[in-house]
Design a protein around this ligand. Structure first.
Ligand code: FAD
Length: 467
């Protein structure tokens, strides 16, 4: 842009935010340098996050489904787990995607520099590469350095205490596993380990698992998953842990705390992620970083230094790949001089558990708290031909409409493939649709997607598929 100093655009970090920004900028014919400390592109999401976890969750879902088939008269033998092969499958999935990114960077003539980077001034960044330090002069920069898992200070250094990255390595299947933190990441990993044979305990400080989602959605997930857990400890904290020969001895405090320390073969810490803002020399560039390590930005993703942008996990919640990608596009376009800005009405959330739990926009609990009057449409999957035919009719689809405007402002779905189904609700919210728009859209029959149209009809009290 006219005000930006001349020189290339540097993108720090090659996760979903960083590579999306770099590719968009290159497509706009900007000169782009993408810096990444790890040998592969893709960041947390592709290497140790979204993608490997979904490869393993797919395996878990197939195993569950095979067991379900017994009720349909088809019985399979007990699954034999070859962990090495499973790890190979997971690595293959990652390799395909990260290799694809490397090819896409090359095709766009994005220069990729591998090494740890730190700003040394408002227009310079130093990268410690294998060949030594390289100082890069830049005209503009986009910070996309992401986040890392939070570690509890009292957890011992021991291979049996892992974060999500360690859990995804799938070194062994524990007999007893403790998940510290009842959020999406912990529960997804629990689903995988439980399918492979582990017994689970989960400990959560708040009064329910999967915070953020409406309790009616979570209840359906819980009913289907209770059998995986020996102990669900709510309003409870881990307060100590000791590595002994027979396992990790963990002590708890709170309403659900067992009196005695519990012994586990594997402890997964999934208590949140903290941004990498304090590790990139941001102060040398004059970029302000909050106490917690976040970087504040405006709607164009600009930091307090106008030629430096920031995107993704490092700018705040929700820490999700699809948010990072959209922010990356905005930052690249703004750096090019376009008047783009981030204006998403909603960002969907999905727990890829079994069943999946997905929600977008306002939740019912939030509406209640904020005094927003909503008209609700519910379609229980027990009335869905497809869900019944799939033998998985435990779910439901819920839509929330603003009572004043009639427009859809939120929705939640629990059931198989809920994560795929929620996109239609997100689109409807973005388009300002009302219940008639959704209800009169012809959905293919028999699909789970029909439940969205039927929930909209239910909101108006004329769903002929309901009693
Ligand atoms: P990141 O992906 O964190 O990438 C940042 C990159 O910057 C990294 O590659 C890092 O190596 C690099 N970097 C950092 N500092 C430096 C430095 N100084 N020098 C050079 N390079 C540096 N989100 C979803 O939307 N859906 C999911 O299903 C999902 N599942 C997840 C499962 C797990 C187990 C985890 C941990 C996360 C999951 N997430 C999911 C979250 C998602 O991975 C993140 O929101 C996303 O990766 C954020 O993208 P980003 O570009 O901001 O940063």
């Amino acid at each position: 842009s006219a005000t930006a100093p001349s020189g290339p655009l540097v993108v720090l970090g090659a996760g979903p935010g960083g590579y999306s920004a770099a590719f968009r900028a290159a497509d706009l014919d900007m000169e782009v340098i993408l810096i990444e400390r790890y040998p592969t592109l893709g960041g947390v999401c592709l290497n140790v996050g979204c993608i490997p976890s979904k490869a393993l969750l797919h395996t878990a879902a197939v195993m569950e489904e095979a067991q379900h088939m017994a009720a349909h008269g088809i019985t399979f033998g007990k699954p034999k787990v070859d962990l090495a092969k499973l790890r190979e499958f997971k690595s293959g999935v990652i390799g395909k995607l990260t290799g694809g990114l490397a090819g896409m960077a090359k095709a766009r003539k994005v220069r990729v520099v591998h090494g740890v980077a730190e700003f040394t001034g408002p227009n310079t960044i130093e990268v410690k590469t294998e060949k030594g330090a390289e100082t890069i002069q830049f005209g503009q920069a986009i910070i996309a350095a992401g986040s890392q898992s939070v570690k509890l200070p009292f957890m011992p250094e021991d291979p049996r205490v892992v974060d999500s990255t360690g859990a995804l390595e799938l070194a062994a299947i524990p007999k007893r596993m403790l998940i510290v933190g009842g959020g999406i990441i912990g529960l997804e990993m629990g689903t995988v380990y439980s399918a492979l044979g582990a017994r689970l305990d989960v400990v959560e400080m708040l009064d329910g698992l999967m915070q953020g989602a409406d309790r009616d959605l979570v209840k359906v997930w819980l009913k289907k998953n209770e059998h995986r857990f020996d102990n669900i400890m709510l309003k409870t904290k881990t307060v100590g842990a000791e590595a002994k020969k027979d396992g990790i001895h963990v002590t708890f405090e709170g309403e659900g705390a067992p009196k005695e320390p519990q012994v586990y073969d594997l402890v997964l810490q999934a208590v949140g992620r903290s941004p990498n803002g304090k590790k990139i020399g941001a102060d040398k560039a004059g970029v302000a970083v909050t106490d917690r390590g976040f970087i504040e930005v405006d709607s164009q993703m600009r930091t307090n230094v106008p030629h430096i942008f920031a995107i993704g996990d490092i700018v705040g919640q929700p820490m999700l790949a699809h948010k990072a990608v959209h922010e990356g596009h905005v930052a690249a376009e703004a750096a090019f001089g376009e008047k783009s800005y981030f204006d998403a009405r909603v960002i969907p959330s999905v727990a890829y558990t079994d069943p999946e739990v997905a929600w977008v926009g306002i939740t019912e609990e939030q509406a209640k708290k904020e005094g927003v009057k909503v008209k609700k449409g519910m379609f229980p999957w027990a009335a869905s031909g497809r869900a019944i035919a799939n033998g998985r009719d435990e779910g439901f689809t819920k839509l929330l409409f603003d009572e004043q405007t009639g427009r859809i402002i939120g929705g939640g779905i629990v059931g198989t493939n809920a994560g795929d189904l929620i996109s239609e609700v997100a689109l409807a919210i973005e388009m300002g649709a009302d219940s008639v728009d959704i209800g009169k859209t012809i959905h293919p029959h028999p699909t789970l997607g029909e439940s969205v149209g039927l929930a909209a009809e239910a909101a108006d009290g004329h769903c002929t598929d309901l009693p």
